[in-house]
Design a protein around this ligand. Structure first.
Ligand code: ACO
Length: 436
């Protein structure tokens, strides 16, 4: 990977303890803030940096996704998310993320054909599902089953061979909807549906989720289109918690299927991918527009209640994905002829009140992508427990692109943060009989 050092720009740190001056290089990206290269800092000063949650730490150089959180901008390979959501489709976005450019017509057809060839899972994988309780959370099943894929493709995946890496990437993108739908079917006791390669990615997923072998399933084009948009909007989001987890696991040379399973585990939490599930739970608890103000009072008192679907580590403005999602939400409800969806009315009012409340305004808390996605998914017939699974299906392409980039990056080492140790100093071991 080309290094992006600036034109010999440096930053000088003055150590007020020793008086020593350290000059550190500044790195310049295409857009976005400059970055201080601190790799020499410990060697020259004996100091580490302290940054819990990595709020000011760039862990990698990347060419995939750019976010300007203050302006509410999200670009994939330079293309705005709004354009991709409106003018493109998920397969095209996958190609773009993986290969860096939008495909030609022929390239796209070949890519879709190649992905389609990998949609089935090994028949033996069916037995893995049977080991889970029927009431297991589908994210627990996803962690286990996707991790188990590494057992099927361990010897055939040489991560140093770009072709084998690309095959593993195609396999993951292709098989995730199949595994996700199987997790759902298992939970409701219906037979697994084999993928249908005459359908596109989103249509096939809806078919495997909601079709049954004894009936013909007709895909609703509005729902397939909304599903495709949801996949696009969740495809990648630079170095978020789950992506960083995938990169950290990948930095050890681990099997890519195992790395993606680690990403799924990281995505599960309510502060990350689990937020869409939490939003619906929250709307259910609020129950009525008249309860919004008392609910927000509890949030503001910080009694542990959060306004789920609001706030973001990077966006300090409207999450651009939330705007697309809000529009799509109205389209889906219209297509499904849902005239009065109380949850949507409640969400709109909650959003309106929060965006006019100084507590949220002053902290730059805006709706994020998850604020509306749960309402659409619910209207489409997905159970709440599947919401984060859908996020995982969509994010797989982002994870696998970032993993590929990491493996190709000569400057990357095993991920290994340091710490500020505040535990006991070295002390003498006391034999058990002499301890007080
Ligand atoms: N509700 C109420 N207060 C909030 C919220 C919220 N959703 N989010 C942040 N705050 C408050 C914090 O209490 C803090 O207040 P303070 O300055 O008085 O202490 C301030 O806003 C800053 O918050 P931080 O915790 O520093 O923000 P951080 O960047 O660490 O957190 C996060 C981001 C985790 C997303 C947080 O906003 C949150 O938990 N939101 C709700 C969960 C959610 O929707 N997650 C989805 C994220 S998007 C995604 O993963 C797809």
């Amino acid at each position: 990977m080309a290094t992006s050092k600036g034109k010999n720009e440096t930053v000088t740190l003055i150590d007020n303890v020793t008086g020593k001056k350290v000059e550190l290089p500044l790195m310049t990206g295409t857009i976005g803030p400059k970055v201080i290269d601190i790799r020499r800092l410990y060697g020259e000063t004996g100091y580490f940096t302290y940054d819990p949650g990595y709020t000011a730490t760039g862990s990698t150089e990347s060419k995939i996704t750019y976010i300007d959180g203050d302006k509410g901008v999200l670009l994939h390979r330079g293309y705005a998310i709004e354009d991709l959501a409106e003018k493109s489709d998920f397969m095209e976005v996958c190609y773009l993320l993986l290969k860096g450019e939008l495909p030609t017509k022929e390239q796209k057809e070949k890519f879709e054909r190649d992905i389609t060839r990998h949609t089935m899972v090994h028949e033996q994988l069916n037995f893995f599902f049977r080991g889970f309780r029927r009431d297991a959370h589908p994210m627990a099943i996803m962690c286990g089953v996707v991790g188990a894929l590494s057992a099927f493709y361990h010897d055939s995946t040489d991560i140093n061979d770009p072709r084998q890496r690309m095959i593993a990437s195609y396999r993951l993108i292709a098989k995730m909807p199949t595994i996700a739908a199987m997790a759902y079917k298992y939970s409701i006791g219906q037979p697994f549906m084999y993928p249908r390669n005459d359908l596109n990615y989103a249509e096939n997923f809806l078919y495997m989720m909601f079709g049954v072998p004894c009936e013909t399933y007709k895909v609703n084009p509005v729902l397939a289109d909304a599903m495709d948009k949801i996949f696009i909007l969740h495809a990648d989001h630079e170095q978020n918690a789950s992506t960083s987890t995938v990169r950290l696991a990948g930095s050890t040379g681990a099997n890519p299927f195992a790395c993606i399973a680690a990403g799924i585990a990281s995505l599960w939490g309510p502060a990350h991918g689990g937020a869409n599930e939490a939003v619906l739970k929250m709307l259910g608890e609020i129950g009525d527009v008249k309860n919004i103000k008392p609910f927000l009072e509890r949030v503001k008192k910080k009694d542990g209640t959060m306004l789920m679907g609001f706030g973001h580590r990077v966006y300090k403005n409207y999450d651009p994905r939330a705007k697309v999602m809000q529009k799509s939400c109205h389209e889906v409800l219209k297509a499904l002829k849902v005239k009065n969806e109380p949850l949507l009315d409640l969400a709109l009012e909650l959003e309106h009140i929060a965006l006019n409340d100084d507590y949220f305004v002053s902290r730059k808390l805006y709706p994020n992508v998850d604020f509306y996605s749960g309402i659409i998914l619910k209207a489409m017939g997905f159970p709440t427990s599947m919401f984060t699974v859908l996020f995982a299906v969509a994010r797989t392409v982002g994870w696998i692109c970032q993993w590929n980039e990491l493996i190709e990056d000569k400057e990357q080492k095993i991920g290994r943060p340091r710490q500020l140790y505040t535990g006991a100093d070295k002390r003498k071991f006391v034999a058990i009989g002499s301890r007080k």
